[in-house]
Design a protein around this ligand. Structure first.
Ligand code: GDD
Ligand code: MN
Length: 379
């Protein structure tokens, strides 16, 4: 009779032979010329460590995909995931982490701005179990921001201050860092609560962990970008606020709905402005009200397309026109529902203002749900 090893033993053997100790997860978008230099640096600094690197690329357009093919076929430790029709540093990192079971996970940028020589010391801190998360900090003594403009320094300082809202008293000098290492067990404890919004994956992780997590920071100076350019744009502030709000209230109400209603209240202001203007020009009230409605819904469509649905933004004449039409259709039904419900409640003897608010809530929820289904559905 053949002896069959217990399942546990078998898993252990496989783990020991095939799983690296450290996985370095690197999000990329248009980083063609940085891949080889980064790999050379890792090779040098991680000598003696069983490591692997996973690039998560969001379908770069500059030839990064071809460059990834080359580096992946030259070295088995180098792997890549290609995501189509998606963007986002945070979600890219989360997906890269899921591609293996290495007990230690490093996250760093592709563009050589993070000092890879810290990886060894960071790994040793985790190995010795001196911490659960080790952060490369630009704000500790010995660290620095490199060539950042004053505007970016100020923005970063403000964002770091705001992060206290979700850090629940944890003392971290650089929770916005894109350079950190953590234990897989710690990541697993956070992963189901992550928002995965925007850039700040470390803050997202820290805010999703119990207060008992042990954090250490090591200083580094943010390097200069050699090739390619930064992907931070003006919407990064909005992404950041979305992350903070999601961490604060996302359990109870979707942040996208909050933004949708905020845009809706701008629509109300727009409506009243147009109504006043057209009515004052001498148009009959009904005509002025119709004009105001058409302008307000149109304005809301463009604001939602730019802000609320910036990740699914409709672009090009055809999609924008179709989206606009469907938004008018959705909002017309929403208006009928709003008036119908309010009238029904009022007839049932509810106060005028209760009836009115219920009508507005039903209309808003309808508009939100239906426009996310029909106007900004994922293609
Ligand atoms: N997959 C993917 N998808 N990768 C992305 C995306 C995306 O949408 N956007 C950016 N990246 C990649 C870039 O290719 C780069 O490797 C890394 O994420 C960082 O992007 P940069 O555009 O270079 O960001 P930065 O240098 O301005 O800011 C970085 O450093 C800050 C300080 O540590 C980021 O890491 C910030 O999160 C961090 O706060
Ligand atoms: Mn960068």
């Amino acid at each position: 009779m053949t002896t069959i090893a217990a399942p546990g033993a078998c898993v252990e053997t496989i783990t020991q032979s095939a799983t690296p100790e450290l996985v370095v997860v690197v999000p990329t978008f248009n980083e063609r010329d940085n891949l080889v230099p980064l790999l050379e640096k890792l090779e040098r600094t991680l000598d003696g460590v069983r490591w692997e690197i996973v690039f998560v690329d969001d379908d770069s357009t500059d030839g990064t995909v071809r460059a990834l093919e080359e580096v992946c076929s030259a070295d088995r430790r180098v792997r890549s995931v290609r995501r189509l029709g998606r963007r986002g540093l945070a979600s890219a990192v989360v997906e890269g982490i899921q591609t293996n079971f290495a007990p230690f996970i490093a996250v760093m940028d592709a563009d050589l701005q993070h000092d890879e020589r810290l990886l060894g010391p960071m790994l040793n801190i985790l190995r010795k179990d001196d911490a659960d998360v080790v952060i490369g900090s630009r704000y500790l003594a010995g660290g620095g921001l490199g060539d950042w403009s004053n505007a970016r320094r100020t923005m970063s300082a403000v964002a770091t201050e705001l992060s206290r809202l979700v850090l629940r008293g944890r003392d971290v000098t650089d929770p916005m860092s894109g350079f950190f290492m953590l234990k897989r067990s710690v990541f697993d404890a956070a992963v189901r609560r992550l928002s995965q919004e925007g850039y700040k994956i470390l803050l997202d992780i820290l805010a999703s962990l119990p207060a008992s997590v042990r954090i250490k920071e090591v200083p580094y100076v943010f390097g200069l970008r050699q090739h390619g350019e930064s992907k931070l744009d003006s919407l990064v502030a909005l992404d950041y606020l979305t992350l903070l709000l999601d961490k604060l209230v996302g359990r109870w109400v979707p942040v996208r709905f909050l933004m949708f209603t905020a845009v809706g209240s701008i629509g109300v202001a727009l409506h009243m402005a147009v109504l006043a203007a057209v009515h004052h020009l001498g148009a009959p009230f009904l005509r002025a009200q119709i004009a105001a409605t058409v302008v307000a819904i149109g304005g809301n469509f463009f604001l939602n397309n730019a802000l609320t649905y910036r990740d699914k933004r409709l672009k090009g004449l055809g999609p924008v026109l179709l989206g606009l039409l469907s938004f008018y259709a959705v909002c017309s039904v929403g208006a009928v529902a709003n008036v119908g419900i309010a009238d029904f409640l009022f007839v049932q003897d509810y106060d005028w203002w209760v009836s009115g608010i219920c009508g507005i809530v039903v209309g808003a929820v309808w508009n939100y749900a239906m426009s996310s289904l029909f106007t900004w559905r994922r293609t």
